[in-house]
Ligand binder design. Structure first.
Ligand code: FES
Ligand SMILES: [Fe+2]
Length: 461
């Protein structure tokens, strides 16, 4: 049960201790998905500038309540937002002295190690003060590039470099971000949104997509084979050629009865109109550090990365000249949904660029604030939201070959939720005999084929 851990019972196990039996991963396994996201991972919790020096602030995520304040050195830190005395909330309390927090009820004061150092309602001779069992749980936290990450789990923390993208540890990296977007949907619904074929249709009139002209329609009949990379999936080669707008294929599809799609070519006009001004508003995505672990695709504990290595909306010819260096998602793009509740998700958007000098850095910051943030996080994402917020996630599904990654992601998530963060990914749990050592990321072998998913109906491919 989330939120019921005491300091004494928590953080004793090593992070690689196996948790338990992984269920059979056949058929619809949505009911096995943890509603609050995967525990025992690092997550972005709060922007550093939102942790005041003079008062505590509460953050609820993954079904837990955290209280953030600053330690003696002025760095953000977090305790469980429940006073060990009788359960009042530290977040309503006070910072009387730097690096301490006083519970508002009976004045038990805690230091940055979670130790009870004073009981203000009982005086200096208090018999309970500092007694064993009065400790508050201290969340492992780390502040990187202005973002405070927290380990949400029951074990000792795993190395943060396994969960947080490498640009956060890179002095030359510049990261702009947005932590304001909240979606009234489940975290996995939010993540699955970027795993399918909707871009070609739903986003066809998105302002960025205008630059792709009729290429917005680029798609294949049976989708991409997701390749397991150790911490998630990247898209493999398309298993069938792209349809309209794809390279070398007609820009308009003809359906039975002569129906044409797209109906008109007016998007091409907009592309010509906007290509030069838009080229000034781009920020190139730097090369990835390791395409398997951190390139375009989905990564544990649940983020979407795009930008480096191209995107699904790619122009050709002259357009590509103006579109050098990225997909228009502003640098390398990471969208990381974090469950605040079962049906409330905060979307963290990170954009990684590599400015050559301070002027370029200002320029990127300026362009992001006046344009990039709106175009990507709102204009683009709102179209997604308008679908997801009303989506029936409890309804039986009829999946297409384009949903292949959705199926594999659910298996990955359930494997980790039940078996622990180092549990083997569940290819072998459908008894197809294909065991995969996921730690060997140099040679990904987990290529998905429709034959490996009995119980899931693949309509195409
Ligand atoms: S409940 Fe916190 S001091 Fe009593
Ligand atoms: Fe989308």
């Amino acid at each position: 049960m989330p939120g019921t851990f005491t300091a004494a019972s928590r953080g004793q196990l090593e992070a690689d201790a196996p948790l338990g039996e992984i269920p059979n991963l056949i058929g619809d396994i949505r009911h096995l998905i943890p509603k609050y996201g995967l525990r025992n991972y690092w997550y972005p919790a709060i922007s550093e500038h939102k942790v005041p020096k003079t008062r505590p602030v509460r953050v609820s995520m993954l079904g837990e309540d955290l209280v953030f304040f600053r330690n003696k050195a002025g760095e953000p830190m977090a305790l469980q937002d429940v006073c060990p005395h009788r359960g009042a909330r530290f977040s309503q309390g006070h910072i009387h002295w730097p690096g301490t927090i006083a519970c508002p009820y009976h004045g038990w004061v805690y230091d940055e190690n979670g130790k009870n150092i004073m009981v203000l309602s009982e005086g200096p001779e208090s018999k309970v003060c500092g007694k064993s069992g009065t400790e508050a749980y201290v969340y492992p936290t780390r502040t990187l590039k202005g973002v405070v990450f927290a380990w949400i789990g029951d074990t000792k923390p795993a190395p943060i470099e396994e969960d947080v993208p490498p640009e956060f540890f890179d002095d030359g990296a510049y990261i702009t971000w947005n932590d304001h977007v909240h979606w009234p949907t489940n975290w996995l619904v939010a993540l699955e949104n970027s795993m399918d074929s909707h871009v070609a249709y739903l986003h066809r009139d998105n302002i960025q997509a205008l630059l792709g002209a009729d290429n917005v329609g680029a798609r294949g009949a049976s989708g991409y084979r997701p390749i397991f990379t150790g911490n998630g999936f990247k898209a493999g080669r398309a298993s069938t050629p792209a349809s309209a707008g794809g390279s070398g294929v007609s820009a308009q599809d003809i359906y039975p009865d002569g129906y044409k799609w797209p109906k008109k070519h007016n998007r091409k006009f907009w592309t010509w109109f906007f290509v030069i001004p838009f080229s000034l508003l781009r920020a190139p995505a730097p090369p990835t550090y390791d395409d398997n672990w951190w390139g375009t695709g989905h990564r544990l504990p649940g983020m979407f990365r795009a930008g480096a290595g191209g995107s699904r909306v790619q122009p050709k010819g002259l357009f590509s000249f103006f579109r050098k260096g990225g997909s228009g998602l502003f640098g390398q793009y990471t969208r990381w949904p974090v469950a605040l509740g079962p049906w409330t998700t905060r979307l963290w958007y990170f954009h990684y660029t590599r400015p050559r000098n301070i002027f370029q850095r200002w320029y990127y910051k300026f362009v992001y604030n006046v344009w990039g943030r709106w175009a990507v996080e709102y204009n683009f994402s709102i179209q997604d939201g308008s679908m997801m917020f009303n989506q029936r996630y409890d309804w039986p599904e009829k999946l297409s070959g384009h949903d292949a990654e959705v199926i594999q992601w659910r298996r990955l998530v359930v494997s980790k939720a039940y078996g622990g963060r180092y549990a083997q990914y569940g290819y072998d749990h459908d008894k197809d005999g294909k065991g995969i050592d996921e730690r060997k990321v140099e040679a990904p072998t987990g290529i998905f084929s429709k034959d490996s998913v009995p119980g899931n109906e693949i309509a195409a491919g």
